[in-house]
Design a protein around this ligand. Structure first.
Ligand code: APR
Length: 367
């Protein structure tokens, strides 16, 4: 999953580079700037002195010194002045310039705070949208893993209207399912605490070990013939089969298109390349090649849903694709209801959906 929104203290993250929301002097300050300098030690300030400052919208790089990561990328966000002074363009530039430096220094993982959303007063939901959109756009063209680090819950708002819309959408469906318990329980009573803060490395999508041979297949070839089922002769010595008259062989011979085959067929139908598909699905290339190389591949539910969203499948097609991976969309799951909300509203933006899932304490789309 090339971009993850996590809640953590950026100074604790063991990434190749962490980004500092600095001021133009680069000589330290409060907020995340102060935290990074405290954690990195005095050598960081010495190194910054030599840089001679940094204009708003640009970025500079130093070593990380006592921080877990190799580098600190210092960027200077715009001070919010109402939105009419080019603040958005400057903020976009902060993310782009920092990402450019990260690539230049061969970083594979980078962590960003929500630049300008603290002391500099940039409205948090707009700051989040700029961050997610700019990073997401960059990742369509480049291989990098990015953490967007939300330090405190207050920094994380997805916009009141969207939040209220989703909340009532969930309430309508969730209660209907749970109404028959004699007490219409809102899902909010059960809200568990936020998912554990994770700075864990990106999880590989587990291929079911040993269960299927690594099958390479051409998506236009019919499924490999199922292995002939063993049947045992009954007392009269006749072949007795497990599946009534037609037998297991016939049943298996009618096996449906697999998840992988339907996915690859849909990519073709949409005229997309594999790379366009997995990047928009917030997936990495390694995972996709596993899916492509194994006709029996079993994805996680979030992965299957991410592909359905990327391919902009209708609700029915989404349910069909999920069913091929052994899943269903259920009204007893807030995650599923939120996915249904976005599909019903024709919004297939993976990053916006992840913002909403995060705001409702649900796991995110992707690997
Ligand atoms: N880890 C991750 N994020 C953090 C941390 C931390 N340890 N500490 C603060 N943040 C978050 C804040 O919650 C906010 O969402 O970083 C975001 C940016 O807030 P600021 O640090 O205030 O940065 P900014 O709004 O860009 O203002 C920059 O503040 O600290 C001074 O020297 C800095 O003058 C500069 C100005």
């Amino acid at each position: 999953m090339p971009i993850q929104i996590i809640r953590n203290d950026i100074t604790k993250l063991n990434c190749d580079a962490i980004v500092n929301a600095a001021n133009s002097s680069l000589l330290g300050g409060g907020g995340v700037d102060g935290a990074i300098h405290r954690a990195a030690g005095p050598e960081l300030l010495e190194a910054c002195r030599k840089l001679g400052g940094c204009p708003t919208g640009e970025a500079r790089i130093t070593k990380g010194y006592r921080l877990p990561g190799k580098y600190v990328i210092h960027t200077v966000g715009p001070v919010w002045q109402g939105g009419g002074r080019g603040e958005r363009e400057l903020l976009v530039s902060c993310y782009r310039e920092s990402l450019r430096l990260a690539l230049e220094y061969q970083c594979e993982t980078v962590a960003f705070p929500l630049i300008s959303s603290g002391v500099y007063g940039y409205p948090k939901d707009q700051a989040l949208k700029v961050a997610v959109d700019t990073i997401g756009e960059f990742l369509l063209e480049h291989e990098l893993f990015v953490y967007l680090v939300i330090f405190d819950r207050a920094s994380y708002t997805i916009g009141e209207k969207l939040f209220a819309d989703i909340r009532s959408y969930i309430d309508d469906r969730y209660v209907e399912l749970h109404g028959d318990t004699g007490r219409s329980r809102s899902p909010w009573e059960e809200t568990s605490s936020l998912p554990p803060l994770s700075s864990a490395p990106f999880l590989e999508e587990p291929v079911v070990p040993g269960e299927f041979e690594e099958a390479s297949f051409d998506r236009r070839e019919p499924l490999p013939a199922a292995c002939p089922a063993k049947s045992s002769p009954d007392a009269a010595g006749k072949e007795r089969t497990a599946f009534g008259k037609s037998g297991l062989d016939d049943a298996l011979a009618q096996i449906d298109e697999s998840f992988s085959q339907m996915l690859l067929r849909k990519i073709d139908e949409k005229g997309m390349t594999d790379a366009q598909c997995y990047k928009r699905a917030n997936m990495d290339r390694k995972l996709f090649s596993k899916i492509r190389g194994n006709v029996w591949y079993k994805p996680k539910k979030q992965t299957a849903v991410a592909f359905a969203i990327t391919l902009e499948l209708s609700l029915e097609e989404t349910k069909e694709l999920l069913m091929k991976a052994g899943f269903a969309l259920s009204h007893s799951s807030k995650f599923d209801i939120i996915i249904e909300y976005f599909i019903e509203n024709g919004n297939y933006n993976v990053f916006e959906i992840n913002e909403a899932l995060f705001a409702f304490d649900q796991s995110l789309l992707g690997a």
